[in-house]
Ligand binder design. Structure first.
Ligand SMILES: [Cu+2]
Length: 137
């Protein structure tokens, strides 16, 4: 039994260090996303608040996909509908098989922002991600 203790302590220490460093990946002003039927890959992005972000998006799926960032504190819930439109911070639509590079200004307020695909049925299928906005230094 004692042999188990050292690895456990090492793992816990590692997790503590990660937490101390902020947990999520370092913020980047250039992010890449690949959309397929029906997910975002990766599904977690970290960007610095208020800065111009370059988004390289590719739709490798067989249908239209969207990268929709909801406003802070807003969620599209289980299904994206017209009632969610006023709560959209920024969005792009991408035809199947295409890639596109665009830019947007990251929200000025740090926090976790919901990212969804608004094509009917896709959020229901789990097409969702998270944009983490962190304060600049
Ligand atoms: Cu989609």
């Amino acid at each position: 039994m004692k042999k188990l203790h050292l690895p456990v302590v090492a793992i816990l220490t590692f997790l503590l260090v990660l937490t101390a460093c902020g947990g999520a990946a370092a913020p980047s002003t250039a992010i890449n996303v690949t959309m397929t039927d029906f997910q975002f890959s990766p599904n977690d992005f970290t960007v610095p608040a208020g800065q111009e972000i370059t988004l390289n998006a590719a739709n490798n799926g067989s249908v239209i996909h969207n990268f929709v960032i909801m406003k802070l504190g807003q969620s599209a819930g289980t299904s994206f509908g017209d009632e969610d439109l006023p709560n959209v911070y920024w969005q792009i639509e991408l035809q199947p098989g295409l890639s596109k590079t665009t830019t947007f200004t990251a929200p000025k307020d740090p926090g976790d922002y919901e990212v969804v695909c608004r094509t009917p049925g896709h959020l229901e299928a789990g097409m969702k991600a998270r944009l983490t906005v962190v304060a600049g230094k």
